[in-house]
Design a protein around this ligand. Structure first.
Ligand SMILES: Cc1cc2nc3c(=O)[nH]c(=O)nc-3n(C[C@H](O)[C@H](O)[C@H](O)COP(=O)(O)OP(=O)(O)OC[C@H]3O[C@@H](n4cnc5c(N)ncnc54)[C@H](O)[C@@H]3O)c2cc1C
Ligand SMILES: *[C@@H]1O[C@H](CO)[C@@H](O)[C@H](O)[C@H]1NC(C)=O
Ligand SMILES: *[C@@H]1O[C@H](CO)[C@@H](O)[C@H](O)[C@H]1NC(C)=O
Ligand SMILES: *[C@@H]1O[C@H](CO)[C@@H](O)[C@H](O)[C@H]1NC(C)=O
Ligand SMILES: *[C@@H]1O[C@H](CO)[C@@H](O)[C@H](O)[C@H]1NC(C)=O
Ligand SMILES: *[C@@H]1O[C@H](CO)[C@@H](O)[C@H](O)[C@H]1NC(C)=O
Ligand SMILES: *[C@@H]1O[C@H](CO)[C@@H](O)[C@H](O)[C@H]1NC(C)=O
Ligand SMILES: *[C@@H]1O[C@H](CO)[C@@H](O)[C@H](O)[C@H]1NC(C)=O
Length: 593
């Protein structure tokens, strides 16, 4: 509110006198620790009291690896931390750490020498361990009143660092773990026309802190299954479902965003909204939250999603590499055959996650909900035939499970923190039908460009059809046509920062354009959760034709820009300064003048 008033004052000042707005740090920029306008200790203490002691002044997780303050270096603790660093739980149990280290400006690096700098500058300075609506309201009000940048964080999984806010204050939702199974959910009745599209059936209400493994387990105990990611520790209500969310249910029931029945949200104003597709009051907010990206429209307190009855599931894994006999030609022919078989996989409502390098392919898991061994064999045997003919040995496994839960437990690999630079493109099914040679030759061009380049592919069928019904949402329309979300990846390095910048440039400028050129100009799309943070024309690429409506809804519910996320809706109104400060962008200032 204060920010809003001051901007208004500034704007009227600017109107009266055609000079550019003042370049002081308030309120054109969020305040950073050390600046005179940043809240003082007593003010933070007051917030802490209103949160019953749940405010944390953050310490960088890797402090034991450095002498930031005399005596903080501890070789034993540092070694233990370095070993545990790849594990997601090392980060999601911390109040500030994020998994995409690139977005911490190297401010406390666990793998750099003890004498290197280590401070909190790349992380949130404070983290509010919220217990519910009221704590969230208090935290938003404090941040707004004091011009402190907010972050909404649950797990810190986000590849684009969107759950971080250097120098800011986190709303840490991780402890909102409540789960409720609703056996007979009924859409709130709207007018009769809308009711026809409503939902009656089983559902689950999940607190904002609930992670995949917790939701799956609670669902299984009640005989249900629900949409979660392949990585079991990502949260449901945050970036995953708000961003679209693919997983092993997608080809049958749609993306995670398609399952949402209700969002319970604290808005920037502090008001609480329950957004459903039926209630006209927040129907726009429902639409925006279901696919328009995490962390920009409000703080989700809980999400209610459809769940489904358990079914038999077939799952498998296939991997082969040039080091298992055969030769390069056989290897490439088998990979080309594999890519050509993806259409068949999607037609039988299968899904697959695969990882391809210049000399190895690993498909794990591949599964068909409700499918049989024969179904999966029919899809993959042609690939195995190529391998066998060429004497390239491989590991190939197909197994039927009585339930999806069992299949997931047995066949879904555990994911560590992914230390990589990535950027993806959604490759339309039509490319597989009409330009397979173009697709495979681009893939080999990318992989041949360096021995560290890889492609991480997700193949799901998110088209809408009889068992995949969506009430209408803001998921990037490119998802509905896509056969592959192809993430081009290069490794992240903790020891050579300039190299990281170079690799990011390589992805944006050289590697991704090779895949982008497969689709006619303007028709491509990308999955915003696995995207290149430097994607040109990101508004269209990440959100498709939905962007303008999303931006209107963003301005309606968050007129002051309380919630910012890199490449999030409305983020063009801000710019990240070289000093880490988030400031109003020139385009915003010229608009509001
Ligand atoms: C190893 C790994 C595997 C992955 N696998 C998959 C996969 O199989 N399928 C898939 O679709 N994606 C996958 N992803 C991408 C994943 O969906 C995103 O990283 C997602 O942002 C994670 O959401 P989160 O809420 O757990 O993370 P966080 O980093 O905590 O938050 C992500 C974003 O959501 C916002 N947010 C979090 N909670 C809330 C809330 N309560 N209200 C409003 N905004 C909120 C944050 O502000 C941030 O913008 C994977 C990522 C990783 C690192
Ligand atoms: C908030 O209060 C709790 C309990 O008194 C205390 O442990 C914690 O350090 C305080 N946080 C801050 C930021 O002062
Ligand atoms: C160093 O860390 C270890 C493991 O966390 C701990 O047991 C030990 O007490 C620490 N040593 C000092 C001097 O703090
Ligand atoms: C994840 O990291 C842990 C700890 O470093 C390691 O032991 C484990 O092998 C890793 N798992 C995978 C799948 O890479
Ligand atoms: C999804 O499957 C249906 C048939 O089952 C098919 O018509 C459609 O093209 C598929 N979509 C994609 C993107 O593969
Ligand atoms: C595969 O091995 C068999 C038997 O060793 C051999 O006859 C055949 O020529 C080999 N095929 C290729 C493609 O190398
Ligand atoms: C890639 O090639 C470089 C030299 O060109 C070599 O130093 C490096 O070890 C190779 N890396 C891998 C993963 O093969
Ligand atoms: C990153 O850290 C350096 C100091 O190591 C600092 O000079 C720079 O301003 C920081 N950049 C951002 C964007 O925070």
């Amino acid at each position: 509110m204060l920010l809003h008033i001051l901007i208004l004052v500034l704007c009227s000042f600017a109107l009266a006198k055609p000079t550019p707005p003042q370049q002081n740090d308030f309120p054109l920029c969020y305040s950073l620790p050390g600046s005179p306008s940043y809240p003082i200790k007593q003010q933070w203490a007051a917030l802490n009291i209103s949160l019953d002691g749940n405010l944390i002044s953050t310490t960088p997780l890797a402090s034991p690896c450095h002498n930031a303050q005399p005596g903080t270096y501890n070789a034993t603790a540092c070694t233990a931390l370095q070993q545990a660093w790849p594990l997601p739980q090392t980060h999601y149990t911390d109040s500030a750490s994020i998994m995409a280290n690139f977005f911490t400006n190297n401010s406390c690096n666990p793998f750099s020498p003890p004498g290197d700098k280590c401070d909190s500058s790349g992380f949130v300075a404070y983290s509010a361990r919220v217990r519910g609506v009221q704590d969230i309201q208090e935290t938003i009000a404090f941040a707004t009143a004091h011009n402190v940048r907010l972050a909404i964080r649950n797990t810190g999984h986000d590849y684009l660092g969107k759950s971080n806010a250097p120098g800011g204050l986190a709303i840490w939702t991780h402890f909102l773990k409540e789960i409720e199974v609703i056996h007979d959910y009924r859409s709130p009745s709207g007018d009769s026309k809308r009711e026809a599209g409503g939902y009656t059936g089983p559902a689950m209400k999940l607190g904002a802190g609930v992670q995949g493994f917790e939701a799956r387990k609670a669902a299984a105990e009640a005989g249900y299954i629900l949409a979660t990611g392949n990585c079991d520790t990502i949260g449901i209500a945050g970036g995953y479902t708000q961003g679209g969310g693919h997983g092993q249910l997608t080809s049958r029931f749609g993306l995670a965003a398609d399952q949402v029945l209700e969002w319970e949200v604290v808005l920037a104003s502090g008001e609480v909204a329950v957004a459903t597709p039926e209630d006209p009051e927040y129907e726009d907010l429902y639409w925006a939250l279901s696919g328009g990206g995490g962390g920009v429209f409000g703080v989700v307190v809980s999400v209610t999603v459809k769940v489904f009855r358990e079914v038999r599931t077939v799952a498998g894994a296939l991997s082969f590499s040039t080091s298992c006999g055969g030769n390069e030609i056989v290897f490439r022919r088998a990979v080309d055959t594999f890519i050509a078989r993806l259409g068949a996989l999607l037609d039988v409502r299968g899904v697959g996650a695969w990882f391809l390098t210049r000399d190895s392919l690993s498909l794990s898991p591949v599964s068909i909900l409700g499918g049989s061994s024969q179904d999966l064999h029919r899809v993959l045997d042609p690939v195995v035939d190529v391998l066998e003919e060429g004497n390239l040995s491989c590991s190939y496994q197909v197994q039927e499970y009585p339930t999806y839960y069992d299949s997931y437990e047995a066949m879904t690999p555990e994911y560590n923190v992914t230390d990589l630079h990535g950027g993806n493109i959604l490759i339309p099914r039509s490319v597989l039908e009409t330009n397979m040679d173009g697709l495979t030759s681009r893939i080999w061009e990318i992989l041949d460009s360096g021995n560290e380049t890889a492609i991480s592919g997700i193949s799901v069928n998110a088209s809408l059809h009889e068992t995949n019904q969506s009430p209408g949402n803001s998921v990037n329309p490119a998802w509905r046509e896509a056969a592959i979300s192809a993430v081009v990846v290069l490794p992240f390095t903790y020891t050579d920062w300039p190299r990281n910048l170079e690799r990011r440039r390589q992805i944006t400028q050289t590697l991704l354009p090779k895949l982008e050129r497969l689709t006619p100009a303007g028709e491509g799309g990308a999955y915003l959760n696995e995207a290149d943070p430097n994607q040109p024309d990101w508004q269209h690429v990440f959100y498709g034709d939905n962007y303008d409506r999303l931006l209107g809804i963003k301005r309606k519910y968050d007129p002051d820009g309380t919630f910012y996320a890199l490449t999030g809706v409305g983020s063009e109104e801000w710019v990240n300064g070289d000093d880490g400060r988030l400031c109003r962008s020139d385009s915003y200032l010229s608009q509001s003048r």
